[in-house]
Design a protein around this ligand. Structure first.
Ligand code: ZN
Length: 347
């Protein structure tokens, strides 16, 4: 946005320059026939005439470019700035947005739902397909603008093949590192059989979505030696409210993302790696400053997730912690300004 403004004023000053120079002569000015033998002067006059004509053409072209640009004809004309613009341009729709952290046990499944679209980030384990289908059907969701695999682990992409097979999916975003496992092949096969376009997202990219925007903050650690640190870090903005989804990112990668200048300051944090001790370091909490922290984690899981240490790190920083193992499905609702959290207590 700011860059665009700078470009506008630069164009305007160029424009003013052309005007000032061309205004020294009336438009349509034709040089008088040169006197005999005065070829140096004649050349000079001809050059000046050519220059004036060129300037007039340039002004005309700039005016056309300006009009097209103002009408948003160059794409991206919706006014959405980059993450650094600091202005919330996305206008909330009447219905607001719900971010569902679906309780799929020791796995992740997140549904971003608004009146006019839906995105799914991760789709639980293979055996979670029925639960996810029931959840989508209950909400009358048949179409997903994007289905995104945060990273190629079965507790994030295991149930994704069934989502692709049973719902209308516009695009499948896969991690930058693929897996040889069967569940991953099943996901790709499902996409191929439904002609769903498949691609990896790039850092800095904004996925267009009717209500809000989803930015790819990072696409994996440069030194990732496991899939967890290849998770996408995604930031969702709706009105003035922001969410961060980090897959199973661990602290080493969190620090790298911060060092790369990631803007991760948000209202709601999907806590990395099911609340593992090795994720959600103090520096990352200090940068994200979440008001609400959601942990997707299974009851009595064998990993001891979430770690009491991680939970207390978040609480000490002032975050209110919500866990699917204790609360079931957790739904964060926002109208673009206020945020409320609801859950299925006792599930
Ligand atoms: Zn996981």
């Amino acid at each position: 946005m700011q860059e665009r403004k700078r470009e506008t004023s630069a164009a305007a000053s160029r424009y003013a320059g052309y005007n000032a120079r061309s205004s020294s002569r009336p438009q349509g000015y034709a040089p008088p026939p040169p006197p005999r033998g005065g070829s140096g002067k004649r050349d000079k006059e001809t050059m000046r005439g050519v220059l004036v004509a060129l300037l007039i053409i340039l002004i005309f072209v700039l005016m056309i470019v300006g009009v097209i640009w103002l009408c948003g004809g160059f794409g991206g004309g919706d006014g959405e700035g980059g993450s650094g613009s600091g202005s919330a341009v996305v206008t909330p729709a009447d219905g607001g947005v719900k971010v569902h952290f679906i309780d799929v046990g020791q796995a992740d499944c997140i549904l971003i739902e608004c009146d006019d679209g839906a995105i799914m980030i991760d789709a639980g384990e293979n055996e979670d397909s029925q639960k996810i289908a029931a959840y989508l059907n209950e909400r009358g969701i048949e179409h997903l603008d994007y289905v995104i695999g945060s990273h190629a682990h079965a507790d994030h992409m295991g149930g994704m093949d069934d989502v692709i097979l049973n719902y209308e999916v516009d695009e499948l975003i896969v991690p930058t590192k693929a897996s040889d496992s069967k569940f991953y092949k099943d996901v790709l096969d499902a996409a191929a059989s439904k002609n769903v376009p498949v691609r990896a997202a790039s850092v800095g990219e904004t996925l267009t979505f009717p209500s809000g925007k989803l930015e790819v903050v990072d696409d994996g650690s440069e030194t990732a030696n496991d899939m967890n640190n290849n998770s996408y870090i995604l930031r969702f903005t709706y009105g003035e409210t922001t969410f961060l989804f980090t897959g199973d990112a661990e602290s080493q990668y969190e620090r790298e993302a911060l060092a790369n200048g990631a803007d991760v300051d948000v209202d709601v944090l999907k806590v990395g790696h099911h609340g593992s001790r090795t994720s959600t370091c103090d520096e990352f909490i200090a940068a994200t400053t979440p008001e609400y922290a959601v942990i997707q984690v299974g009851r009595n899981n064998r990993y001891g997730h979430p770690s009491a240490e991680t939970v207390s790190r978040l609480e000490r920083a002032g975050a209110e912690v919500f866990r699917t193992d204790e609360l079931g499905d957790i739904v964060v609702t926002t109208d673009g300004r206020r945020i409320s959290v609801a859950y299925d207590s006792g599930k």
